[in-house]
Design a binder for this molecule. Structure first.
Ligand code: PGA
Length: 250
């Protein structure tokens, strides 16, 4: 299965650095990359960069969205607006939204449903906190996040849906799960998804790993059979390191 590598810029970047990044990605061979590439810049840069990115073989997505089509929701962005701006993807349930902005499983579910219904492709992020990991609750937490997002979900296929397993303690910290740990949780996720949606879907589902992925650890992580890509934060801010990670896909 073709791997998928996401670059999540979070609240970073400017017009100048965004254009430079896409031009550098193109010069470094993004068009012939061994994986699908999706770029998640801040909302404000999407209209400017989506077409440029598409010319470099890169799809563009929103880091977040709101579940209503329109209305009195100051500061929010609807799925249609994301599409209109040039996005083909969105992220639901990133840990910074769950744990810094207080998004619940219920909110994540609404966002996922709304984005998929609108025809966007979605990445669902799941992952446990360090306290949950130390209390041996990783499986319980990740399973709950997956079930609440997927139970009875419509409009979903392996083409328009990806799960990113991102242990929260590994995000932006320099710590990473060992490739064996990542493989173990990814296999469990696939098993849970197969009971919720079905075996064929689960077999074809791409599951990304995220959390301090960088050029030095990408090869070992991306070589694991149940790891089908990566969601990259910090190391995606630089085109050289991001392309190094993409080129680590076996
Ligand atoms: P990081 O972020 O690569 O900087 O740890 C990953 C993410 O938040 O998706």
């Amino acid at each position: 299965m073709r791997q998928i590598i996401g670059g999540n810029w979070k609240m970073n970047g400017s017009t100048e650095s965004g254009v430079l990044f896409i031009n550098e990605m193109k010069a470094l061979g993004s068009f012939d990359a061994p994986a699908d590439i999706v770029f998640f810049p801040p909302f404000t840069l999407i209209p400017l960069l989506a077409e440029l990115a598409s010319d470099a073989g890169i799809e563009t997505g929103g880091q977040n969205l709101f579940w209503f089509e329109k209305g009195a929701f100051t500061g929010e962005i609807s799925p249609d607006m994301l599409k209109d701006a040039g996005s083909t993807w969105f992220i639901a349930g990133h840990s910074e939204r769950r744990h810094v902005l207080g998004e619940t499983d219920e909110i994540v579910r609404k966002k996922l449903e709304a984005g998929l219904k609108c025809g966007l492709k979605g990445i669902l992020c799941v992952g446990e906190l360090i306290t949950e990991r130390e209390a041996d609750q990783t499986e319980m937490v990740v399973r709950r996040q997956i079930e609440s997002a997927l139970d009875g979900l419509g409009n979903v296929s392996p083409e328009n849906f990806v799960i990113a397993y991102e242990p929260v303690w590994a995000i932006g910290t320099g710590l990473t799960a060992t490739p064996e740990e990542a493989e173990r949780v990814h296999s469990l996720i696939r098993e849970w998804v197969s009971t919720i949606i079905g075996q064929e879907f689960a077999d074809n589902l791409r599951i990304q790993y995220g959390g301090s992925v960088k050029p030095s650890n990408a090869v070992t992580i991306l070589s694991k059979p149940s790891v089908n890509g990566a969601l990259v934060g910090g190391a995606s801010l630089n085109a050289d390191s991001f392309m190094d990670i993409i080129n680590s896909v076996p």
